[in-house]
Each structure stands twice: as C-alpha cells, then as structure tokens.
Design a protein. Structure first.
Ligand SMILES: Cc1cc2nc3c(=O)[nH]c(=O)nc-3n(C[C@H](O)[C@H](O)[C@H](O)COP(=O)(O)O)c2cc1C
Ligand code: SF4
Ligand code: SF4
Length: 357
C-alpha cells in the first residue's frame, strides 16, 4: 500500500481516571475529557478542580495503576491518547462487546464491517492506516476455532502505526479452539507484539449449521458478558497480557481449509415470497455481497457466512437450503435489544435432536 493512499487517522476522547504511585505515595489523578486530550489533575495540588481544566466533563475515580501516565513535577499532565477498538460483527455480539470495552477503555470504536464493505465497493481507494499511542484492540467472533478470515485479511491489508501492541478479544458460542495461535501468527506478520487473546461467551449465531439460544437464555448470556468485559478492560489498561478461558486443541489445517471450502458459501441462500423488499439484508452485508434486484436480494458469491442477512431480516424471509428452517434467528442490535425479544420458544431442530456445538 502506498503512503499517499494511507487514509484514515483516528483520535479519541478518553474518560478514565487513574491512580499512580510515585515515591510510595498514592496520587489520585482525575482524568478530564477535552478535545483529543486527557488532562490529569493531581489530588495533592490545587488543580483538582475539573473546572480549571477547560471545557470538560468530570468522570469517576478508578483504582488503577496505569503505565500510560508519566508524572511531571507540576502534577499536571496532558496526554494525547489515541487508540482504537476495532470490531467485526455479523449478528451484533462482537459489536455489543466492543462498545462496552471501548466505554471502559475510553477508546474510539471503529467498525471493520464498514471499512471492509467500503473496500469491497471501492478496492482501489479504500486503503487504511491507523495510528494509536496505546495498544490496538481487535474484537470479532470466532469462526471455526480461528480468527475469521475476513478479519485476518483486513488486518494484513492495513497499516498500524504508533503502538506496536495488539490485543484480541473474541466472542464465541462455546470455544475459540486455536484462535490464539492464529492471532499470534497474524501479529507476527504485521510485526506487532501479540498481547494475548481472550474471549467472552455470547449467544451462538451460527444458525445455518447449529442453532441460536431462545431469547431468555440469550439475555442471561449477554448479561453475564458485561463483568467479563470490564475485567478484560482493566487488564488492557495496565497492559497485562490476556489469556483465554475457552481455548482448545489445534485443528488440522486441512479441516480448516475444508470448512471454508464447504461451508463458507452463499449458494444455499434463498428468499421467500414474504420478503418486503426493505433492503436491510443488503445494507448490512459487510462483504457488499447482496444486490437488490426487483426489490429482492440476490447473493453475489463472496459471502463470509457472518449470518447477518439471514438474522437481521425483519420478516425472517431468508432461508439457507433447509438448514435454518424453523430455527430462531438471533440478532443483537447496538442498543443491546434482541430482534424479537419476546419470541416464544420455537419447536426448532435443536429440540428435535440436532447437536449443540
Ligand atoms: C461461520 C461461523 C463459525 C463459527 N465458529 C465458531 C467456533 O468455532 N467456536 C465458537 O464457539 N463459536 C463459533 N461461532 C459462533 C460465533 O463465534 C458467536 O456466536 C459470535 O458471538 C458471533 O458474533 P457476532 O454476532 O459478532 O457475529 C461461529 C459462527 C459462525 C457464523
Ligand atoms: S451474504 Fe449474508 S451471511 Fe454472507 S457475508 Fe453477507 S450478510 Fe453475511
Ligand atoms: S431483509 Fe428480508 S424483507 Fe428485507 S429485503 Fe432482505 S430478505 Fe427482503
């Protein structure tokens, strides 16, 4: 990628508060939001009035020791803090987790879906470079016990400037298998320092192969994710490496390749007469793989099986051969609401004996 083409630079408005130790003394630093700036006021001095620090919002105190903080004699620091939480998400789980993580880290959230789609629509101009002073964080689903190929490709085709550290947080239905090794390999290729991969259990979304949980069960899983994300944010703030609780054995390379060859296709998608022509499926597809023709979706052959289209359709008009027939479509909106949250349990194939993942 040429320098001239490197495009997007991101900045953030952070809102964290730190406690730092110097000379065995605890100093409370209140972080205050300014435009792209963190202003720290030292509690020993008289500067701890947030109003003395420009236009700003005052935030709460957290007992965290941060290595981002360098204490100066004046007791006041203004630190440029630019960092990015990237997310890729088919049905909303990873977006939801990334949003919460970014809130905790006070970092900017960037949708890989949007950038990937842009690149698909305009491969010649949509090239990306990102600058961050502190680690990059990648949030995405687990696909076949790996980091999704589409995310791998996005990362390898982008430039990362500034910080050399990268974290991965994967959402999964049951386990991440060898995603850790995969993420480490991606970091190696990017010449980034791998800060670890961790994961959070979220509702299964892979309904063209398995099944999604009922609405109530999904609510419980989603609720349980929040404290886990907060814990992970603390680890990232202090730049600890993270570990994964749901990792598993390595998968033979051949099986992984077969998975993509056999299962990652859009050949079986079809639309029912109940389609109302709303284009929600086409607008959502991160691969720009759906064209509307005569107000009906037509799949174009470059699907990554994210499940977005089949899940988001407001009238459940999309089927995948017979594999998704009668199954509950799971989709989580950005505000944490599920599509059809009051849906009654369906007599889906899970109850008729289809194996859980
Ligand atoms: C193609 C595909 C492959 C998947 N493979 C796995 C897997 O290997 N392990 C797992 O626990 N979950 C797997 N899942 C489930 C998703 O990782 C999980 O539901 C995730 O939270 C979905 O995130 P999203 O809503 O952000 O797309 C898979 C889902 C899809 C669509
Ligand atoms: S066609 Fe559907 S499943 Fe395939 S990438 Fe697009 S939204 Fe995802
Ligand atoms: S989201 Fe559903 S109703 Fe809307 S165009 Fe796609 S298939 Fe038709």
């Amino acid at each position: 990628m040429g320098d001239a083409a490197a495009a997007s630079q991101y900045s953030v408005v952070p809102t964290i508060t730190q406690v730092s130790e110097q000379n065995n003394e605890k100093i409370h630093f209140h972080s205050i939001v300014g435009r792209n700036k963190l202003c720290y006021t030292d509690s020993r001095l008289k500067y701890n009035n947030p109003a003395s620090c420009r236009d700003i919002t005052y935030k709460h105190t957290k007992e965290t020791v941060s290595r981002y903080l360098t204490v100066s004699r004046t007791g006041i620091q203004e630190i440029e803090r630019k960092t990015i939480v990237f997310y890729f998400s088919g049905t909303g789980n990873s977006r939801y987790i990334a949003q919460h993580l970014a809130e905790q880290l006070s970092d900017e959230l960037v949708s890989m879906n949007r950038l990937i789609r842009q690149r698909k629509l305009d491969p010649y101009t949509a090239q990306y470079a990102f600058t961050s002073e502190v680690p990059f964080v990648i949030v995405c689903p687990t696909y076949c016990w790996h980091v999704p190929k589409v995310v791998e490709e996005f990362l390898l085709d982008s430039r990362f400037l500034g910080s050399r550290e990268m974290y991965f947080l994967l959402t999964c239905g049951s386990g991440t298998g060898q995603a850790r090794a995969h993420a480490e390999e991606i970091c190696k290729q990017l010449s980034m320092e791998f800060m670890g991969l961790t994961s959070v259990l979220m509702p299964e979304n892979y309904i063209t192969l398995f099944h999604a949980p009922e609405a109530d069960e999904a609510v419980g899983i989603i609720r349980a994710s929040k404290p886990q994300v907060e814990n992970i944010a603390q680890q990232i703030l202090i730049r600890h490496t993270v570990k994964d609780s749901y990792s598993g054995p390595a998968m033979p390379e051949l099986l992984y390749r077969l998975f993509y060859k056999i299962f990652v296709t859009d050949k079986k998608f079809r639309v029912k007469d109940s389609c109302i022509g709303c284009s929600a499926c086409a607008k959502l597809c991160p691969m720009a793989n759906i064209r509307m023709n005569d107000r009906k979706p037509v799949w174009q052959g470059s699907c990554t099986q994210c499940q977005g289209c089949i899940a988001v359709c407001p009238v459940d008009a999309i089927e995948y051969g017979r594999r998704a027939k009668g199954k509950r479509r799971y989709y989580l909106f950005a505000d944490g609401r599920q599509k059809f949250p009051n849906e009654k349990p369906r007599a889906n194939s899970a109850q008729s004996g289809e194996p859980k993942r």
